[in-house]
Each structure stands twice: as C-alpha cells, then as structure tokens.
Ligand binder design. Sequence first.
Ligand code: NAD
Length: 471
Amino acid sequence: MLQVPARIGGRPVGAAEWIEVRSPYDGTPVGRVPALTAAHVAEACTAAAAVLARRDFPQHARAEVLERAAGLLTERTEEFAVTVAREAGKPIADARGETARCADTLRFAAVEARKLAGEMIPMDASRAAAGRLGLAVRHPAGVVAAITPFNFPLNLVAHKIGPAIAAGCPVVLKPAELTPISAIRLVDLLVEAGLPEDWISVVTGTGPATGEPLVEHPVPAVVSFTGSVAVGRRIQRAAAGKRVLLELGSNAPVIIEAAADLERAVAAVRRGGFSYAGQSCVSTQRVLAHRSVYGAVLDGLRGAAGTLRLGDPLDGRTEVGPLISAAATARVAGWLDAARRAGAEVTGGEVHGTLITPAVVADPPRHLDVYRGEVFGPVITVTPYADLDEAIALANASDFRLQAGIFTPDLGAALRAANDLDFGGVLINEVPTFRADQQPYGGSGAAGNTREGPAYAINEMTELRFVSVSA
Ligand code: NAD
C-alpha cells in the first residue's frame, strides 16, 4: 500500500504503526499514514514555536505563496479530486467542486494577506491622549492547532491553513484519520508554492492519540476545530486558556411557504439534503412545509429522492456515494428503524453495504433522533406547519444554530425570517446547505462559536496591538 509520510518541521516522518486509509465504497486501499504519538506532536509544536519566533515571512510573501498554490491546485484539480473521491467516498463531480472551491479559499486568503491592516486611533479625541499618534496593529495570535473532519478533507483544511498563513501563524494540522491524504497533499503543494518547509506540520493519527496531545500542548495559542459536537465540547474543556474556535454540527431547517415555487424548492432540497449522502454540516435535514402544500412537497421530495443515482464515487454519473464507514451506516439505519417503529412513514433508507438510498421521513415525532439529532446521512424529515410564526418557532427549536433557509416569494416573510431565524446564516430562496467560501460561516449554541471565511478566520487568528507614538 502507498505510504504517505506525515510532516514535522519540514521533515517527512513515519512511525512504528500505520493507519490504513481505504475507500468507504469498496474498501480498496488508498494509502497509509503514520499513527503519530504525543512525542511527535510535541516535536511539531516545538518546531512551530521556533518558526513563530523567526518573524521572517512578510505579508507579500504569504500572499504570493497562497496565490501560487491556488494556481497549482487549479492545474491539478483532477489529481486532487480523485484523492478526495477515493478516501472520502465523495462523488467525483462533487470532489471536483470541492477542489475548485479550495483554490478559491486560498485566493480569498491571499487577498486578505495583502489587505491585513489595523486602524488609526483618534488620539486627539480625548484630552488625555491628545498629541500622540495611535495605531491598532494586527499581529499573529500564535501557533494554530488545526483539527479537521473527514467530510471536506481539502476545503475545510484550506479554511484553516489559508487564513493562518495570511495571518502569519505557523500551523500544526491534525487531519481526520479517515481522510488524511488530501490534507498532506495540500500541504505538499503549499510548500511547492514557496511556503517555508517548517511552517506547517501535519500530524496524522487518531483523535485520542494525536489530537488530544495537540490540544493540550502549551505551544498552540489557538485551537481551530471543525467536527462533531461531542469532540468539540471535549476540546473546549481540554484547551482551557487557549482561544478555541469551534465549527460543529447542525440539523439545518428549511421553510417552504405556501406561495413558494415548489418545483424550485424541491429541486434545491434534493441537492441540499442528499448530496454527498447528507454528510455536510449544513445538509438540509428538517423540511418545514406549510400545511396547504405539505402533501405536494412530500410527494415531490419522495419522487425526487427516488431519481438520485447511487454508486461508485469515481463514476462521473454518481450523485450519492457511500457513508464514510460501516459504523456511520449502521447508526443512520438504526435512526431510520427507530422512526419506523415510532410509526413515521419512511420511504427509501435501504442499506446496500455503505450506501443508503435517500430517505424521506414524513412528520416524525419530534423527540426522535432523525428530527432532533444531526443525521449526517441521506435523510430528510418533512413536517407541516400552520403559519410563519409556527415555522420559525419549529426552526429555532434546535440547539444547532448554523444555517436555515426559507422559500417564499413574499418579501415581508423573507425579511421576517432574516430577522427572526436565530442562526449564523439565513438563506432566502436557497437551501441552508449553500455556502460561499468568502461569507462569514458558522453558528452558535451546539453549532459552534466562531465564523470562518478567510477574512473572519484571520480576525480570530490575530490580536490587536495598540501602539502609541509620542514625539
Ligand atoms: P469528529 O468530531 O469525529 O472528528 C473531527 C476531528 O477531530 C478528527 O480529526 C478527529 O481525529 C479529531 N478528534 C477526535 N477526538 C479528538 C479529541 N479527543 N481531541 C482532539 N481531536 C479529536 O468529526 P467527523 O466525524 O470527522 O466529522 C463530522 C462532524 O463534523 C459532523 O458533526 C459535522 O457536522 C461536523 N462538521 C462541521 C462543519 C462546520 O463548519 N460547522 C463542517 C464540516 C463538518
């Protein structure tokens, strides 16, 4: 099996034990990466601290690296997309889309690297300060520990290391153990584009053996984590005293109003609920339909779910690939069984290996996992509501406040939703699954505590230093 070394302080490293990375679709080997330990993590952190102390990587050089890397990635889209499709089981068309977005994320980070600035403080505005020049200047907050999930193994890594490079923060990256190869290749590409070799270390391994020592190590000042709520909470406790940035899960709602264009809404939910087998943090999960159109929406979605093409992620016609593991497949199948046992009508949801046919659950009891939890599978629920007040209350009745959507032609309803839906993003005439890489993206409650998008992530990775100049 192809051995893909990790990287510490610019050196390729192996280990006594290796983790096999296999396609979640058919188990074919993709490669193996070293299972690194706390000692490796400590070495990577020490190297990063030394890089930070050098202060020799100016803004223009950081921007140039990011620009060059975006160009190289664009040239090599196919190679990267195939790696994503193989290790994450993401349909190749979506994997190409992720690769193109990743290049954009690097470009946006490059723009921010050029723009990174502070502000003038009007010292004359107070009697006590008058006569001085005041500046607030942005400085790197320190070494960034970046911990990433399996589901966007390229673009979500770029959303951490792009801003960190722009901000001037060295990085120790711990990619998901199920999908580490895309991340290693991306860092190799950044080095090829001119990133100083020791600027980023990639420590591969499991959460407990590699992630935990990274979070607990005294060197990282910032821990930037994207992943599940349970792990996020653990990290928050373990990283006391550090700046902890969390991007966690959701069970994103979308409201479909009576006067909405139903065909458009159904087509959007088909994409937003089932793409990549629902393994996106903003996968559309809870469809709330006005009761006058509930039957039409339910029928439309059942029909649409049945038209999705399942299968091999490397086949360009595949729309829904496998879930990431047998365990994930069993969990989602169990949640659907519980819904059936509770009397909810479930269409789809058949299991074939790690594939699950897209499932639509009609009006399930609201205490069920398929409604209250984060399914992270190709499953949507459809719930009727009486009026917009009720729809907004249903949407808001969740701890996961990441993104929500509404389909309506009524400007008043749209503005009401924009104001009253308590989420990090409100998408009007769009599913909540939509994300532009330059937008502020993130949520509150169980969904996290920060915003990504290069401009916003850089804010979190820098500190303001006030400088007063007197003659
Ligand atoms: P996960 O929480 O299982 O793992 C994420 C990362 O954390 C992995 O690298 C893992 O090895 C590491 N980890 C696990 N235990 C750890 C520990 N104790 N200390 C330090 N690191 C540890 O998540 P996953 O299954 O890879 O990804 C799916 C989850 O990610 C879903 O909940 C999804 O909603 C969420 N997600 C959120 C966003 C967002 O931007 N809000 C984006 C994508 C995915």
